[in-house]
Write a protein that binds this ligand. Structure first.
Ligand SMILES: [Zn+2]
Length: 170
């Protein structure tokens, strides 16, 4: 046989649908996991940004304070140590909360990417389903002689003596 039969084509489409469905369920799992995570750790990106900016400001204020109000009579190493002690916690917090903010943004982007992919897969599945319906009800399929197996209800060629699916003898 050079040309694949309707049954083969239909089987190909069924396998394709199975693969797409598997992929869809994977995406759905991943998305629901992310959404659960989001529910327990609410998207406080605005809070993170606020804390980050506040800490950048506090860092700058502490440096200005150090520049203006530090008595010049102290020894210089002591002065720098004081600068480090007053400003580094704020700097540290600013960097940490910038990371938190970025992670929030990344998660949101990842989630919307997954949702777009899921929509695409559902569209693809619908298309394949439609293809299969068209294939089975096309003129081509009525021309080709096949029958339904009475035992397993699969389509087999009408000249077949044995069902290729369940082994039923005609
Ligand atoms: Zn059968």
């Amino acid at each position: 046989m050079t040309k694949p039969s309707i049954i083969d084509k239909s089987e190909d489409l069924t396998n394709k649908m199975k693969l797409i469905k598997k992929e869809i369920s994977l995406y759905e799992k991943e998305i629901s996991l992310l959404q659960i995570k989001k529910r327990f750790f609410p998207p406080s990106k605005h809070l993170y940004k606020f804390i980050e900016v506040t800490n950048w400001l506090l860092t700058i204020i502490s440096i200005i304070y150090w520049l203006r109000f530090v008595p010049s009579s102290y020894n210089t190493t002591g002065n720098y140590l004081r600068l480090l002690i007053t400003s580094s916690p704020f700097l540290f917090l600013a960097i940490i909360f910038r990371d938190c903010y970025n992670r929030c943004i990344n998660n949101e982007n990842y989630l919307s990417l997954l949702q777009i992919k899921l929509l695409e897969l559902n569209d693809l599945l619908e298309k394949v389903k439609k293809d299969q319906v068209e294939l089975l009800f096309s003129k081509e399929s009525t021309d080709e002689d096949f029958k339904e197996c009475p035992v397993c209800l699969e389509l087999v060629r009408s000249k077949a003596k044995i069902c290729r699916y369940c082994g039923h003898k005609f």
